[in-house]
Design a binder for this molecule. Structure first.
Ligand code: ADP
Ligand code: ZN
Ligand code: ZN
Length: 727
């Protein structure tokens, strides 16, 4: 045993590793969870860390002299070490997003493993071992309970729950090695792959011919069979003994996707990993990755950090989706890090979308990513919906609905078909307005209007930014007038209007408020599928990958609001959203129609949409972006600051700007107030940093961030966002 210096990552806001003396640690321990003493004097306590490197004494770049280093407390050898590629990924991410390495790496772990003590969850099922089979043969006939237990296990793996009555015996059998933990038997009826369309075939052939790392864009309209390509490529990879990681934006909104994977691979170990799992479930899922049992990991952005030592394929479905970007802490883009991880591990990566992000599209057009196009719907005879624009300057909506749309809904009802009214605003109305003085009631804590909601406790005003809630006032807080009105449309109000106009119709509202409780969303989805409702009012919750056979019409209202949003990505997001929700209209036998209400029917976005022309839209938008110096032609970072007063936030940013002059290739703008100036009493400001060269921006940030950390904050909270998705 030789003395080493252990370099340990700990979850504290300092951007460095911590050194400990150890004679116990060996190179094979790198990546293991360790416990270390931390803090001084009476504040000293134990911390969970990850052993990141071991160096010989004298070789470490000493922060403290060796003799003063504390000894490592313990090494957790019950768990396998993290694979090296994950530690490298953490190093890269910490470096790129300017976030402390310790917080980055520990953030990869499930919450349970960040605690000093944790309990491994028991296996979900048990099965007989070979020794167990031999033991059974020797059981005495009068050992009734054991005979029954043996009989059950002889049939195959048994769920832990089912074996509860035998717990006493089970404990002994486990100790003796007669049974072992395993997965429950899959009861998914296997599905077989359909014969591929020509486009799918061509894509799959190309993917099979490309070995090892490669970034592939699969651009396919809704229903073109992208998922089928993922599944068949996954089958190849699993057959080759490797693992597959599939990322989706929001797993609970796409249960059909999960079902399809489970049924296609009934004999494979499939792990779900996302933030809605309870701590124990998440730990169990993560452990089956760490122990190498998982064949497929399906999850949201955080699943990217699953420890997979045999990774062969990463799929990023709906790669354009903004939920791949984490908005706090390590502000990472899961898509971008997935590409980095794939390169590291020599895995293939598939980016799939009907409306790729402009960054990805730009890369594909420049030949950086092979582009595979699926232009036709996979099911024979299924056409794309017809998209029709309703000019609301002439056909003025009443209560949100134009005459054309109302008639279309009516006709749909007569045909016995379902219609979806898509409006991306929940609540009754986005504003409570005074008719006498035009005052709009704002949130007392934010610079934002409060949204009117109807509920069992009457009318309430809710702030969608900070959650502040209060009963709706009956008089104007500004002039005292009683003459208040709801301004604009929300899902609740549209639901009310539909009920008035179509008294016989069965109406369902699907938004975040109506699906808050567990199971509600699934129940609503089924009700739509079984045609127990006629009209559906819904937000983007419903936009994604659901198959509703009788839904033939989609009416879109309020799209103009999104078009006017100041965010430069607003039109990109709107186009993606409208394409996606349009995909809900019409499936195999019944053609669909999409109605869009707008004041600007000539707008290039709607014109492109009408022709299902993503490429045209992208070309147009990319030209605009190039002309205005925006991503992907410009690389951005934003330094954000929050304080009780705007002056302190701005002052901090001024100091930040002055503390390191930028080279000519990097531009620092003047600090400005954020779009929403105040949220929950915090005033917000920001400073934009940009460069036409990613490397130049990165080089600057690398020097700048350490300086920022030394600035006096005086009550200012700041954060840096590299490649921001909004500002
Ligand atoms: P996407 O992921 O592009 O939206 P999917 O893979 O979900 O497309 O396919 C859309 C529908 O077409 C699904 O119902 C799927 O089962 C079906 N499908 C996919 N590929 C084929 C095929 N080759 N033959 C017949 N049906 C297919
Ligand atoms: Zn008033
Ligand atoms: Zn608020």
């Amino acid at each position: 045993m030789t003395q080493h210096i252990a370099q340990v990552a700990i979850d504290i806001p300092l951007a460095r590793l911590f050194d400990y003396r150890t004679i116990e640690a060996e190179p094979g321990d790198i990546g293991r969870r360790v416990i270390v003493p931390f803090g001084k004097g009476r504040a000293e306590g134990l911390q969970v860390g990850i052993l990141v490197a071991l160096v010989a004494p004298g070789e470490h770049d000493a922060v403290a002299p060796e003799a003063t280093l504390k000894p490592l407390h313990s090494i957790d050898r019950d768990l396998a070490p993290l694979p090296a590629d994950l530690i490298n990924l953490a190093r890269f991410a910490a470096n790129y997003y300017q976030f402390p390495l310790g917080a980055t790496l520990l953030g990869f772990l499930p919450p349970a493993l960040r605690q000093l003590r944790f309990r491994l969850p028991p296996p979900p099922a048990y099965r007989l071992t070979e020794a167990g089979r031999q033991h059974i043969a020797t059981l005495k006939p009068n050992a009734r309970a054991q005979q029954t237990l043996a009989a059950r296990l002889n049939e195959g793996a048994q769920a832990r729950e089912a074996l509860k009555p035998f717990n006493a015996h089970l404990t002994r059998w486990l100790r003796e090695g007669w049974v072992e933990g395993c997965l429950p038997r899959a009861d998914h009826t296997p599905t077989i792959a359909p014969p591929l369309t020509d486009e799918q075939e061509a894509t799959l052939t190309a993917l099979r011919q490309s070995h090892g790392f490669g970034i592939h864009l699969i651009h396919g309209i809704t229903g073109s069979g992208k998922t089928e390509v993922y599944l068949q490529r996954s089958a190849d990879i699993i057959a080759a003994g490797q693992q597959v990681l599939i990322l989706v934006p929001e797993i609970h909104l796409t249960p059909q996707f999960t079902e399809r994977i489970l049924h296609r691979f009934p004999n494979q170990h499939i792990v779900l990993l996302h933030s809605l799992l309870a701590d124990g479930e998440r730990l169990a899922a993560w452990m089956s990755c760490l122990t190498g049992k998982a064949d497929i990991v399906l999850g949201t952005r955080l699943a990217l950090f699953a420890p997979l030592a045999r990774l062969g394929l990463i799929v990023v479905d709906e790669e354009h989706d903004t939920s791949y970007k984490q908005g706090e802490g390590l502000r990472y883009s899961a898509r971008d890090l997935a590409i980095w991880r794939a390169r590291q591990t020599n895995a293939q990566i598939l980016l799939g979308s009907a409306t790729p992000s402009l960054e990805t599209w730009h890369n594909a057009r420049r030949g950086r990513y092979p582009l595979h196009t699926l232009a036709a719907r996979a099911i024979r005879g299924a056409a794309l919906p017809e998209i029709r624009l309703i000019d609301t300057r002439t056909d003025r909506p009443r209560q949100g609905l134009s005459r054309t749309l109302t008639e279309a809904i009516e006709a749909g009802l007569k045909r016995g078909e379902q219609s979806l009214i898509f409006i991306n605003r929940r609540g009754y109305a986005p504003a409570l307005v005074c008719n006498a003085c035009q005052h709009i009631v704002d949130c007392p804590r934010c610079t934002a209007h409060q949204v009117l909601h109807r509920g069992s406790q009457g009318n309430r005003l809710l702030c969608h930014h900070c959650g502040h809630e209060q009963p709706a006032p009956s008089t104007c807080p500004n002039c005292g007038s009683h003459d208040l009105r709801a301004g604009g449309q929300g899902t609740q109000r549209v639901e009310e209007t539909l009920a008035e106009r179509f008294p016989g119709a069965r109406i369902l509202r699907v938004d975040r408020d109506s699906t808050r409780r567990k199971g509600e969303f699934a129940a609503m989805r089924e009700a739509i599928q079984r045609h127990e409702v006629d009209l559906i009012v819904g937000t983007q919750i419903l936009a994604k990958g659901h198959d509703f056979p009788d839904l033939t019409q989609v009416g879109i209202i309020g799209a103009d609001h999104a078009l006017q949003a100041p965010d430069f990505r607003a039109s990109e997001r709107l186009f993606a959203q409208l394409m996606q929700v349009s995909g809900r209209a019409g499936r195999a036998e019944k053609p669909g129609t999409v109605w869009i209400q707008t004041d600007w029917p000539q707008h290039p976005l709607f014109v492109a949409l009408r022709h299902h022309d993503y490429a045209g839209f992208a070309q147009h938008t990319l030209r605009e972006r190039r002309e205005s110096g925006l991503p992907p032609f410009m690389h951005l970072a934003i330094l954000r600051a929050e304080a009780a007063h705007m002056t302190s936030a701005i002052a901090f940013l001024e100091t930040a700007k002055a503390c390191l002059p930028s080279p000519a290739s990097v531009t620092l703008f003047d600090p400005v107030a954020a779009l929403i100036t105040r949220i929950a009493h915090h005033e917000r400001a920001q400073l934009l940093v940009q460069s036409t060269h990613r490397e130049a921006l990165q080089a600057y940030l690398k020097l700048w961030t350490p300086l920022l950390r030394t600035l006096p904050t005086r009550g200012v909270r700041w954060s840096l966002d590299v490649d921001p998705t909004e500002f």
